[in-house]
Design a protein around this ligand. Structure first.
Ligand code: GLY
Length: 391
């Protein structure tokens, strides 16, 4: 057992140092708030696995118009965000690439699905163009001859999440965020208000406000009262990394994606020759095993889209955990426990929503007001239902 040690208090303590925790801490520090962050491995987490698609238009779903607005607003911030972050991090480039996306169909069912997506995109006033199979192949010659048609979405881009995490960590350090490389074990609550956290080596960190940004682990911090626990679950994604030799370049010029037999597959080509293929979506608790079946399915589906991938070196296989909320939309803002806020539950959209999350959380922390655009995503939308189930 460790003796407890108390550290000087800060205005804000962020628990969790993935990209969401880091962006929140960086933006809070830039608002002039004394900010601390606790994570055993800051800059790690799901961003080390994610492909980095910024795809609010191609990932549009029925009934998710509020999420669409959030995604579009965040995507629109990326160019300036990348510039600000480069400056704040001492020159680190996050690999923002305005490359566009092509969503293709391989059979009649996929084609119908894409036609419906196209109709929905048009109803929402989004920019998306229907292409024949031949037009798709003219754009991306490595596509399979069997591609039946597709949607060209020139506004859905990409960023490199590993470089994003590294830049955010550097920006936090340069902005004076006090980084504790240890897991938070328990929330501190004083007079019915969140007042900090205890780290696993016993240090007590005190803060006026606490932000829980622990990704899929956000619901596991001890000491959080039941009505404030983050309702997140882990959703496993397996991802492959291939490398395109210079002689094969340009292999793909934009992100190519499809729904094959009901599963999403996407190929994200980076300028440095990396080709990321993702992702499975598996509700298996905390398991992060890379399985033969997962790798097989990704390669099989990606091969149907782009047969030439079989020539490329396979350089990495990895699995990560997306933080899924009950409605798969993020949890942003105050909880039922005064002083405790959530910035988690981003599910498939963590990288996309990073700039906007940092902005709205910093505004909340500095002013006490959650900006209008984030209000549909307050954790309190689940409180009533939960209080009934605890009654
Ligand atoms: N946004 C892509 C994924 O979560 O797989």
């Amino acid at each position: 057992m460790h003796a407890s040690r108390t550290r000087r208090g800060s205005d804000v303590l962020v628990v969790g140092g993935g990209i969401i925790g880091l962006v929140t801490a960086w933006r809070a520090a830039r608002q002039g708030l004394r900010t601390a962050l606790a994570d055993p491995s800051p800059g790690g987490g799901a961003a080390q696995v994610a492909a980095g698609m910024l795809a609010p238009v191609t990932e549009l779903h029925y009934g998710e118009e509020a999420l669409l607005d959030l995604g579009l607003a965040s995507a629109a911030r990326y160019p300036q965000f990348a510039e600000e972050l480069a400056e704040a991090s001492g020159g680190l480039d996050i690999g923002y690439r305005a490359c566009g996306t092509l969503a293709v169909a391989l059979d009649a069912d996929d084609r119908l699905h894409l036609r419906e997506l196209h109709a929905l995109q048009r109803r929402c006033g989004l920019d998306s163009e229907w292409l024949t199979g031949r037009e798709c192949r003219r754009l991306e010659p490595m596509l399979a001859p069997g591609v039946r048609g597709g949607l060209r979405v020139d506004g859905d881009h990409q960023v490199d999440p590993r470089r994003l995490a590294a830049a955010l960590l550097a920006a936090c350090e340069r902005a004076g965020v006090e980084i504790h490389r240890a897991p938070a074990q328990r929330l501190l609550v004083t007079a019915d208000r969140a007042s900090g956290a205890v780290l696993d080596e016993g240090t007590e960190l005190h803060a006026d406000q606490v932000v829980l940004a622990g990704g899929s682990l956000s619901g596991r911090l001890a000491g959080v009262p039941p009505q404030a626990v983050a309702p997140v679950r882990p959703v496993k994604g397996q991802v492959l990394r291939l490398s395109v030799p210079a002689a094969y370049a340009p292999f793909l010029s934009r992100t190519v994606r499809a729904v094959v037999r009901g599963s999403h597959v996407y190929l994200v080509p980076r300028e440095n020759g990396e080709l990321v293929i993702g992702a499975t979506s598996e509700e298996l608790g905390w398991d992060t095993t890379v399985t033969a079946g997962g790798v097989y399915e990704l390669l099989r589906d990606a091969h149907e889209l782009v047969p030439g991938i079989t020539e490329l070196p396979l350089t990495e296989t990895r699995a990560g955990l997306r933080p899924g909320s009950p409605d798969n939309a993020p949890l942003l803002g105050p909880t039922e426990l005064p002083g405790l806020h959530l910035a988690t539950g981003h599910y498939r959209n963590g990288v996309l929503l990073t700039p906007l999350t940092g902005e709205v959380m910093a505004e909340l922390l500095a002013t006490g007001e959650l900006p209008q655009i984030a209000r549909p995503f307050t954790p309190r939308r689940f409180s009533a239902a939960r209080q009934e189930s605890y009654a």
